[in-house]
Design a protein around this ligand. Structure first.
Ligand code: SF4
Length: 293
């Protein structure tokens, strides 16, 4: 039994087996120059009657559901009371549920009070996926992310303080050749200062529809890095992260040329050695045609 989703529908790779309810459509920001996920949609919030009807229907067909993901691009933009109403209802309807998660932008978190974040957590929202993308303010500005490094750090720490599990994404190659070193060190600093529970490293992949806009916003300064340089960024990132808590770090997304995963700081040395080995065996990278964002 499938819901009649408003396409396109996206979810993090780790939510591949989750039941998805669309509580918002599109992204309330929709301006990041590297992202075309919701360009075809105007942001809107779905009414309670529609959301509730879908929850009721799926509770009949999939009562064993253990994980729910709330789409679209930044469901945390919803008013806290409305989000709490939705998650509480889902918890009631799916007795075996283990986790409810959604995407969040730094601003969604910062706009909410600690009490509101606590109320949604209490009502059953457990996990937030947030795009750091880069820790370099210069790069964040070039890609019109709508956030700077310090607000990202603040938002992740605020969410963690309210009890959420936070999973963050960073994008290798987002700074191009010119900003590569700054992108790497800035991103390592942001991760170190907010210590998300999970970090996923993707590799920049520009869809044709947004490529020109991305390059225009970069004002001629963008030069794509190659696979070896992406591995160098990954090496720099893993060596420079110095966080107070353990981080499960993965670079196994379909956009990457390779697969690296481990827990920091415990597996740091093994991960760095694997990267070193891959750099000397370029024939092991995933072929370009098999990669995607
Ligand atoms: S990256 Fe996230 S915040 Fe930026 S436009 Fe895409 S969905 Fe919206």
């Amino acid at each position: 039994m499938m819901l009649d989703y408003d396409a396109p529908l996206y979810r993090p790779p780790s939510e591949a087996r989750s039941l998805i309810f669309q509580v918002t459509l599109g992204c309330s920001f929709n301006e990041c120059s590297f992202c075309d996920m919701y360009r075809s949609k105007e942001y809107s919030e779905r009414p309670w009657e529609d959301v509730r009807a879908e929850i009721d229907m799926m509770a009949k067909y999939m009562p064993e559901t253990r994980r729910v993901f709330l789409a679209d691009g930044d469901a945390l933009n919803l008013d806290a009371k409305y989000m709490a109403e939705i998650t509480r209802y889902i918890r009631d309807k799916f007795p075996k549920l283990e986790r409810i998660s959604c995407y969040a932008m730094p601003m969604n978190i910062l706009k909410k009070t600690p009490e509101e974040l606590g109320m949604m957590k209490e009502a059953g929202l457990d996990m937030l996926y947030l795009g750091i993308e880069s820790g370099s303010d210069a790069v964040l500005k070039k890609v019109t992310k709508g956030a700077v490094a310090d607000t990202i750090i603040k938002s992740v720490n605020k969410a963690k303080g309210a009890g959420y599990v936070v999973s963050c994404m960073v994008i290798l190659g987002l700074g191009g050749r010119k900003y590569s070193a700054e992108h790497t060190s800035g991103t390592a600093r942001v991760i170190s200062e907010c210590s998300p529970h999970y970090v996923g490293a993707l590799t920049l992949y520009l869809e044709n529809g947004i490529k020109q806009e991305f390059l225009t916003k970069y004002r001629g300064e963008f030069e794509k890095i190659d696979d070896d340089e992406a591995l160098e960024e990954l090496h720099g990132l893993i060596s420079q992260i110095d966080a107070p808590d353990e981080i499960i770090f993965r670079a196994n997304h379909g956009s990457n040329a390779y697969t690296i995963k481990g827990t920091l700081p415990r597996d740091r040395q093994a991960m760095l050695e694997k990267i070193g080995w891959m750099r000397s065996h370029p024939e092991t990278v995933r072929p370009q045609g098999l990669r995607g964002f």
